[in-house]
Ligand binder design. Structure first.
Ligand code: NAP
Length: 492
């Protein structure tokens, strides 16, 4: 088959070619992975931890080379690329320490006090399939793989065909850190062929991408009765309360909306600002957005880079133009930047977007945010929750106000006085999607134990619960009744 050509969306440079693998080659990767996994499962947890901590150090040390590659492959700014480096390093550290704790057999309360000794053990599921998107191609490839590997699994990963090089770099770094051969394999190729083969072969499937593909893969996982988690689209709300600290809120909201050119499942696309602060917030925010520095340079100067492709830029422009035709007002942006390249779009703030415009409810996945003035926090919360998605939300307010608002939002992560990073980087806490934003969780204990099967072992001492030769059934029933009555008072 002809290879996949990788081209930089910002510079147009030819970056390389990777193989377009077949379904049979994907199956062969699983055969090798299963063999490697059996050995890996037997490798001491301390050794696995050492490898992950070595990876952590290598990523920080080799960050310039990694940042250059991510930027070239995606067109994103260096600051957005650094989010990927930081994420993989934090994940490697977190998993290195947490896996041992979570894999250790855990004592559980037994059926009968003293007489039943119960413990929970965990085994890896086997070979985990990961299908990754293009928006964070280093971090969304490496981080999910690291979690699965830390729990004793092997991983077969398919990167998005637009960004395979970052995933291959992650594989190289893991191999350099000492990961045995075939424990982590990257199989390049299309979703239709390699992605489908992975879904049909793996023991657990982790997917990040569109809701449409997520549903299709869920059906396969359902038929096969394998575990599945998916992080899908979002239409994330952001609330600015009257007591928000404006000096901090304006740059913070800008980052919440335009990091990675808005191509981030957890970035904000809808701002609800309280009327009491709107007159001060909106002009300051629009000025801050209008002054953003856009470029494809591999330095730290740009606030925003390009989009992933000219085709995606066309889609974003189409959604904005449609909203404007319906009556939306452009407060800043609203146009392509052809002088910079075919994939550049100006950071855009829209007001008065009509409810029947696609952009009102559908994810743009680009540098576009809508602003709506609301009369009360209750209305802001109602509007924020009026969506089929439920991934991330952000609230700008005094901490106590923000915390109260946060608890009423229908999203798996809510950041107070931060756009998305505070909750995302809280590795010990779960994140994922409510409603159409997905299934299952990454991070937290759930994000690691999902890659295992549990085994409850209960050892019954002295007398059997379900009867034995020495005690007649009626006597046993009376004794158990008495025990249950007492148990209710002491076992909680
Ligand atoms: P997508 O089509 O779902 O692609 C994501 C990954 O799934 C790619 O690796 C893709 O492979 C693979 N894939 C596609 N169809 C498949 C199938 N039928 N079976 C197995 N694998 C398949 O997403 P997209 O088109 O790149 O992005 C569209 C939308 O997805 C965005 O607008 C956004 O809503 C959402 N998205 C969300 C995130 C997130 O982080 N939550 C990230 C990216 C995109 P190939 O493309 O190589 O064929």
């Amino acid at each position: 088959m002809s290879p996949i050509t990788v081209t930089s969306p910002s510079s147009g440079d030819h970056l390389g070619e990777v193989a377009e693998h077949s379904a049979a080659e994907t199956t062969a990767a699983f055969v090798a992975a299963r063999r490697a996994q059996r050995q890996w499962q037997e490798t001491a947890v301390t050794r696995r931890k050492q490898i992950l901590l070595r990876l952590h150090d290598a990523i920080l040390q080799r960050q310039d080379e990694i940042l250059d590659l991510i930027q070239r492959e995606t067109g994103k700014s260096r600051a957005s690329a650094f989010e990927e480096v930081m994420d993989v390093a934090i994940t490697a550290r977190h998993c290195a320490y947490a896996a041992g704790r979570l894999l250790a057999p855990r004592r559980a309360r037994g059926a009968l006090p003293i007489l039943t000794r119960t413990r929970v053990e965990r085994d890896p599921v086997g070979v985990v399939g990961v299908i990754a998107p293009w928006n964070y191609p280093f971090s969304l490839a490496a981080s999910d793989a690291i979690a699965a590997i830390a729990m004793g699994n092997a991983v077969v990963l398919k990167p998005d065909s637009q960004t395979p090089l970052s995933a291959l770099k992650a594989a190289e770094l893991l191999a350099d850190a000492g990961l045995p051969e075939h424990v982590f394999q990257v199989v390049t190729g299309s979703g239709r062929v390699v992605g489908q083969a992975i879904a049909h072969e793996c023991d657990y499937l982790m997917f990040t991408g569109s809701t449409a593909t997520g549903r299709e893969l869920a059906a396969i996982a359902g038929r096969r009765l394998i575990g599945y988690s998916a992080e899908l689209g979002g239409k994330n709300p952001l609330i600015v309360a009257p007591d928000a600290d404006l000096a901090r809120t304006v740059p913070g909201v800008r980052a919440a909306c335009f990091s990675n050119s808005g191509q981030l499942c957890i970035s904000a696309e809808r701002i609800y600002v309280h009327r009491d602060i709107a007159e001060r917030f909106i002009p300051a925010f629009v000025d801050a957005v209008a002054s953003m520095r856009i470029s494809g340079g591999l330095d730290w100067e740009a606030d925003m880079g390009s989009l992933i492709s000219a085709q995606h830029c066309e889609r974003v422009a189409g959604m904005v133009d449609d909203a404007v035709r319906g009556g939306a007002r452009v407060l800043t942006g609203g146009r392509r930047l052809p002088d910079l390249g075919p994939a550049f779009y100006a950071p855009t703030v829209l007001a008065d977007v009509p409810e029947d415009a696609a952009l009102y409810r559908e994810e743009v996945f680009g540098p576009v945010v809508t602003v709506e003035v609301v009369d009360s926090i209750a209305t802001a919360i109602e509007r924020a929750n009026d969506t089929r998605y439920g991934l991330n939300a952000s609230v700008w307010a005094k901490p106590a106000t923000g915390s109260r608002i946060a608890s009423r939002l229908h999203a798996s992560t809510v950041n107070v006085n931060e756009g998305f990073s505070a909750a995302w980087a809280s590795m010990d806490a779960p994140m994922g999607g409510w409603k159409d934003s997905g299934l299952g969780r990454r991070h937290g204990a759930e994000g690691l134990t999902k890659y295992t099967e549990s085994r409850t072992v209960a050892v019954q001492k002295v007398a059997s619960i379900s009867g034995n030769a020495l005690v007649p059934p009626e006597t046993l029933a009376k004794t158990v009744t008495l025990a249950l009555r007492w148990g209710k008072r002491i076992i909680r």
